[in-house]
Design a protein around this ligand. Structure first.
Ligand SMILES: O=C(O)CCC(=O)C(=O)O
Ligand SMILES: [Fe+2]
Length: 243
């Protein structure tokens, strides 16, 4: 695709869990682009994250949307805020922030906060089409990231991440514009939080977290009202600086 970009990712000094893989790639055009970096953590770190999740399976709860648990919209289990190993991913995002912004044609902005949650989609689970920044409390999310991990060999099928554009004329979701990303172990994907996206239903023959579709996902937020308004198309005045 002519619009694809090859980017250079940086390792994080003093963080042995992160590899210095040199390539990130972008797919798609305009606003429904996503970019990714493959093989981003050491394989031993991926194994440790999986082992951590399985050891802490009891800490996972049904995933929520803004209105709480709404299983017609979102079905999965999450662990939030996710501290263990979250720091590695957050360091990685800080270190590669310039590259990530460039890959998505977003001007660099002042980061207020990076959120982080660990989620598993098991057999039959999904997340229907949504944007990550439509609520008052989520409006300051600018960029979304998703790090993928799962047992090897991969046991599940489905679970694709689909991105959709807004039709510029009607400002409504254009379902015909679907861009597909098939989750790959040890890949981190980035997209703008104002892009419609969905997680297709997962099919997985195993139970529990074994073989399921694991992610560490979250959002890079800003304080900057101008950026919030430009990215979300919604008024930002009601945010305090801490939001
Ligand atoms: O798991 C994914 O691929 C996307 C997750 C997502 O859309 C979210 O957590 O808001
Ligand atoms: Fe999302």
């Amino acid at each position: 695709m002519s619009n694809d970009r090859i980017l250079t990712s940086r390792s994080v000094p003093g963080e042995p869990g992160i590899t210095a893989r040199p390539i990130a790639v972008r797919f798609g055009t305009g606003e429904i682009a996503y970019s990714y970096i493959d093989d981003v953590l050491l394989t031993t770190t991926v194994d440790k994250i999986l082992a951590y999740a399985k050891r802490n399976e009891k800490a996972f709860r049904p995933s929520k949307v803004l209105d709480g648990i709404v299983t017609e919209t979102r079905k999965s289990i999450s662990h939030e805020p996710f501290k263990a190993y979250g720091k590695i991913v957050i360091d990685l995002l800080h270190q590669n922030f310039e590259t990530i912004c460039w890959s998505l044609d977003v001007a660099q902005f002042e980061i207020s906060k990076i959120e982080c949650q660990m989620t598993f989609h098991r057999d039959g689970e999904y997340f229907k089409i949504h944007k990550d920044n439509r609520g008052l409390v989520t409006r300051s999310r600018c960029l979304s990231y998703v790090y993928y991990f799962h047992d090897e060999p991969k046991r599940y099928s489905g679970g694709e991440l689909y991105l959709y554009r807004d039709d510029p004329e009607s400002n409504k979701l254009d379902k015909t514009s679907r861009l597909e990303m098939i989750p790959k172990r040890n890949r981190i994907v980035f997209f703008r939080s104002n892009v419609y996206h969905e997680v297709a239903k997962v099919e997985c023959p195993t139970t529990g977290l074994s073989g399921a579709r694991g992610t560490i996902a979250g959002w890079i937020r800003t304080y900057d009202f101008n950026v919030i308004e430009a990215m979300s198309g919604l008024p930002a005045q009601r945010f305090r600086r801490s939001a």
